[in-house]
Design a protein around this ligand. Structure first.
Ligand code: 5AD
Ligand code: SF4
Length: 495
């Protein structure tokens, strides 16, 4: 084990040259596979891990079985992601033992949490390395140290300071049209049910000039959409301003600078915490067409009593004011939300408060969750007053109401000819394309019957339509049908 702290270049050079005992196998290049759970922040971290691995000289493998190095990027925010991950990991014990050079790494939100760290080490001793969430900069070191050991032991770097912070690391983007860019890491809010502040640490804002440079480079490389990511993007810069950098820019400034890029089609951002959504940002959202006509604004509960218990620091009245402000600044803006059912102590009255606010706002989309206790959070020890059956029944009522609102919202689009940024062919049908509208609706569309004598689809330019449209195409689609979670339509032209 290297005991002296060395920098990232040292480990990259050592791995590249096979020096210092880092001899995984004769086979070159080695390949990697990353399995990602959870949120877009994790998606972006995996893109950076892949970028780094390819920078070192590894190649992407099509599946776990074909890879030499497998990395799990984990999520601990709710129980089901936990379970799926442990199932996946358990299946790899034999795979790991079949070839000596193989490696398994675990990063993301689990390894840094005490309970998971212990469980990983005790129940899965065949793992090679553990890294903290967002600590991709220590990945070369983890690889190096696990490759240079004489006798297997888990290289646990979760006690190390994060090696990434502000610098830009190489990134291998999953999508051609969309560039995910983290503007900050961590969370300071300590909502009483949430594990994120423990797993990802305190809020740290990245350098605005680096963010702008990354966004610029992504657009120059063909990205049509930028998505700015943070657990609470609205508090961007608060950490730096508290530390005395009084002129550190706000999130609204950052949005405005990127929204002004002439060749960018859509600027998305998430997640907005209602307590920090500023008038300045609402004004910017209203001012720039490039900014998506959508906001993700987690409500969590409509009961002021529960919002207090959850430590959300806003009231349902304040939330409704924000909705009004957003709708008058940007008419037609779609609003999505997160709602938790069955938070400890939730009464039928509290639950009805949530239904009432849903009736008032009529969310266009909602992610609904049954509360699951997360060990180490304050709410984990709190008594539940409703039975599992009651909570399940509330969850179904909530889902029914939201499905009704989602469908009604989608029905308003039928007959319209809307802009869609294409992500590619649909997963289930190779004659259907998928994409998203500016207000973040999923749109599946087909091509009209425009065939020439040879049976080829044609655009007005005389090119086959099916080969003209791909990830990153900008098109117009006439909406013919509304479903609860998507729209269907027919291509009417290139945008
Ligand atoms: N139980 C259920 N849902 C949770 N979320 C976060 N923590 C929990 C938990 N312990 C939900 C919140 C958050 C979303 C990302 O996940 O609604 O906004
Ligand atoms: Fe979790 Fe609350 Fe932070 Fe969101 S704002 S990540 S729910 S602690």
């Amino acid at each position: 084990m290297a005991t002296n702290k060395k920098d990232i270049e040292f480990y990259i050079d050592a791995i590249r040259s096979g020096a210092d005992g880092f001899q995984l196998t004769e086979k070159q290049p080695l390949s990697y596979f990353i399995r990602t759970f959870g949120c877009q922040q994790n998606d972006n971290d995996s893109e950076i891990a892949a970028g780094l691995l390819e920078f070192i000289g590894l190649k992407a493998a099509p599946c776990i079985e074909d890879a030499d190095i497998v990395i799990f990027n984990t999520c601990s925010v709710r129980e089901n992601a936990d379970r799926r991950f442990y199932g996946n990991l358990g299946n790899l014990k034999t795979w790991r033992s079949e070839e000596k050079h193989r490696r398994i790494g675990v990063m993301g939100c689990m390894p840094g949490l005490d309970t998971h760290n212990t469980m990983l080490k005790e129940s899965f001793p065949f793992i090679d390395f553990l890294l903290n969430a967002g600590d991709m900069g220590n990945l070369p070191r983890a690889l190096y140290e696990s490759g240079s050991q004489k006798k297997h032991s888990i290289v646990d770097l979760t006690d190390q300071a994060k090696e990434t912070g502000n610098p830009s690391l190489p990134v291998k983007r999953e999508s051609k049209h969309r560039a995910l860019i983290s503007i900050m890491s961590g969370c300071n809010n300590f909502c009483s049910y949430c594990i994120v502040p423990y797993a990802r640490g305190r809020e740290t804002s990245r350098d605005p000039l680096l963010i702008l440079a990354e966004a610029r480079a992504a657009v120059d490389n063909g990205a049509k959409e930028i998505m700015l990511l943070g657990q609470n993007v609205n508090s961007y810069g608060n950490d730096k301003r508290r530390q005395g950098e009084s002129d550190f820019p706000s999130f609204a400034w950052l949005m405005e600078e990127i929204a002004k890029f002439p060749d960018l089609s859509i600027l998305r951002y998430m997640t907005s915490h209602p307590k920090d959504l500023s008038d300045e940002l609402i004004e910017v959202i209203g001012k720039y067409e490039t900014i998506e006509s959508h906001v993700h604004l987690p409500l969590q509960s409509g009961s002021n009593r529960l919002l207090k218990q959850m430590n959300r620091r806003y009231t349902s009245e304040h939330y409704l004011e924000l909705v009004d402000k957003l709708r008058s600044a940007r008419p037609g803006i779609s609003i999505s939300t997160d709602i938790i059912v069955g938070f400890p102590g939730e009464t039928e009255e509290d639950f009805e408060d949530t239904l009432r606010i849903m009736e008032t706002v009529k969310f266009d989309r909602a992610f609904t969750f049954i509360y699951s206790p997360r060990s180490g959070t304050p709410a984990a020890g709190w008594e539940q007053s409703a039975s599992d059956a009651e909570i399940q029944e509330r969850f179904e009522r909530l889902l029914d109401l939201q499905n009704k609102h989602s469908l009604e919202s989608n029905e308003r689009c039928v007959g319209e000819n809307i802009y869609v940024l294409v992500s590619g062919l649909s997963k289930n049908d190779d004659k259907i394309f998928s994409g998203r509208s500016k207000d973040d609706r999923l749109v599946n569309f087909s091509l009209p019957d425009m065939t020439d004598s040879a049976g080829q689809d044609l655009t007005s330019r005389g090119e086959p339509l099916s080969s003209t449209i791909s990830d990153g195409s900008e098109v117009f689609v006439r909406i013919t049908k509304a479903k609860t979670h998507s729209l269907e339509g027919v291509f009417t032209g290139l945008a």
